[in-house]
Design a protein around this ligand. Structure first.
Ligand code: SF4
Length: 487
């Protein structure tokens, strides 16, 4: 086949588009590789490049393949994708295929978008390649990937690497200007949390894909040389000793933070991370109340959590923990303001005691296609007349604490109006607190006097939170501004 194939890997960060490379590698015998272009769509400049290339197609046949791996994509990304889809749709011989996490989970909704020709559920390299040569469709055709497809055996990243057209949007830059790229040693996760899309993939598409040691070595060494950096951001959902060993053997250093399950954390693992250059470990706490933890499959003991914080403290390691408010709606009823306040208060003792803990607050959004999301939507009714794009907008806005976009309803499964407003206010307060600990309380603190002041400010914030007064007003902002001038 000699028609143009334009692959767009969209997301809100400058991620290396490995998924798109795998997809193209899996069909490399069916395409003319010289006619393939791979782009990371991250910002307006990328969109302009892609539209240019699309414009060069003229009246010829072509395929636009859109891949969105992210859990949420923000409003700006949605607008760019819409523009791309509208342009391609206006061209008589351009076929549009779309796949990714939400196109998989919310496929029924996406099938209502008649601009799309093929919706791919699951890993595109394990699905039929009909999207390549099947031509335009009057209504979207669903292609469902094989279960346990894994990654194709013949795959080599280097087969498709040279087809990337905008490598600058595929690599991230540290504060000191060094570049680094993300890498996944595993795909999805076997922990089975009931609110998580990974659980859906595990059940329907073989879920966890673990690359062999040899493959990790081969890929890392190739990318290290091709991209020109030994810094990597490990974007596997949950890390383990084997992965750290592989990074060590390939001579890689790590940038950014890594994800561990609280129950898996040991001093040895923390030491290994530290040895690779990691400064922060992400832990999905979600909720500290045992009945809720049991229902969502995220069970750990508070003692273990505190021990991890102490072990981290001993070697100067920071932790970032996620609390998902509104998650107690899974116990049967939409969350109330009291539930929300109870969730927040449950984490304050640890947050107060351990200075190497940052807490992110995330409103819970029951995504369709996840075990918990499906159950909740089933019990309380789905939202009528909310199409795929509105659903994504709603999901992103709620999960980011931005509120519900105008014209869209609050999901009935989630919270009542008052509780939703409470969540929004708490979210803002926590954002300020995280900014405080991120920007001013470097861990371990370099300037002891400044750290003492930071601690006092933190304590005042916790006092405010404990009284149930969730709004810091200008107090924290003023303190942050004053301290940022203190060198
Ligand atoms: S540990 Fe994280 S990635 Fe794995 S299933 Fe749970 S929430 Fe999803």
């Amino acid at each position: 086949m000699s028609k143009k194939v334009i692959v767009v890997d969209a997301g809100r960060r400058k991620f290396f588009p490995a998924d798109s490379l795998y997809t193209i590698s899996s069909v490399k015998d069916q395409v003319d590789m010289d006619q393939v272009s791979i782009y990371r769509l991250f910002e307006a400049g990328d969109l302009a490049l892609i539209l240019d290339e699309l414009g060069s197609v003229g009246d010829d046949e072509a395929v636009l393949f859109l891949w969105v791996y992210e859990k949420f994509y923000p409003v700006e990304m949605q607008s760019m994708l819409q523009e791309l889809i509208d342009t391609a749709n206006s061209m008589a011989k351009v076929t549009i295929a779309m796949g990714g996490i939400h196109p998989t989970l919310a496929r029924d909704l996406l099938l209502g978008d008649t601009r799309i020709d093929y919706v791919i559920a699951g890993w595109p390299w394990s699905a039929s390649s009909e999207w390549l040569d099947g031509g335009k469709q009057s209504t979207p055709k669903l292609l469902v990937a094989a279960k346990d497809g894994g990654l194709p055996d013949h795959l080599k990243l280097k087969d498709a690497f040279s087809r990337i057209k905008n490598i600058k949007s595929c690599v991230m830059t540290t504060a000191t200007g060094e570049i680094y790229f993300n890498y996944r040693s595993t795909y999805m996760c076997k922990n089975g949390c009931a609110f998580c899309h990974a659980t859906h993939f595990l059940k329907h598409f073989g879920g966890l894909i673990e690359k062999s040691d040899e493959r990790i070595q081969e890929e890392l060494l190739f990318l290290k040389d091709a991209i020109g950096t030994d810094k990597v951001y490990l974007s596997s959902y949950v890390c383990d000793k084997r992965t750290i060993d592989s990074l060590n053997r390939a001579g890689m250093k790590v940038e950014n933070q890594y994800s561990l399950m609280v129950k898996d954390i040991t001093p040895e693992l923390l030491d290994m991370f530290k040895g690779l250059g990691a400064e922060c470990v992400f832990i999905g706490l979600e909720n500290l109340q045992t009945p809720v933890q049991k229902r969502v499959g995220k069970h750990f003991e508070i003692d273990h959590f505190e021990k991890a914080l102490r072990d981290g403290d001993a070697i100067g390691m920071m932790f970032e923990g996620n609390i998902m408010v509104g998650l107690n709606s899974i116990l049967g009823q939409p969350s109330t303001s009291e539930d929300i306040v109870r969730d927040i208060r449950s984490v304050i003792p640890q947050y107060r005691r351990y200075r190497n803990l940052r807490v992110l607050l995330r409103p819970f959004m029951p995504f369709v296609g996840t075990p918990l999301g499906d159950k909740l939507w089933e019990n309380t009714g789905r939202l009528d007349n909310v199409g795929y794009w509105d659903y994504i907008k709603l999901g992103f806005s709620v999960a980011r604490g931005h509120g519900v976009p105008e014209g869209l309803p609050i999901p009935p499964a989630y919270a009542d109006l008052e509780a939703f407003e409470t969540i929004k206010t708490y979210y803002k307060s926590f954002e300020q607190l995280v900014r405080h600990r991120t920007s001013l309380y470097k861990y371990p603190p370099k300037n002891k006097d400044k750290a003492v002041l930071c601690d006092r400010i933190s304590d005042l914030c916790f006092d405010i939170l404990e009284t149930g007064n969730v709004d810091f007003g200008d107090f924290l902002e003023d303190a942050l501004d004053a301290m940022s001038r203190w060198k």
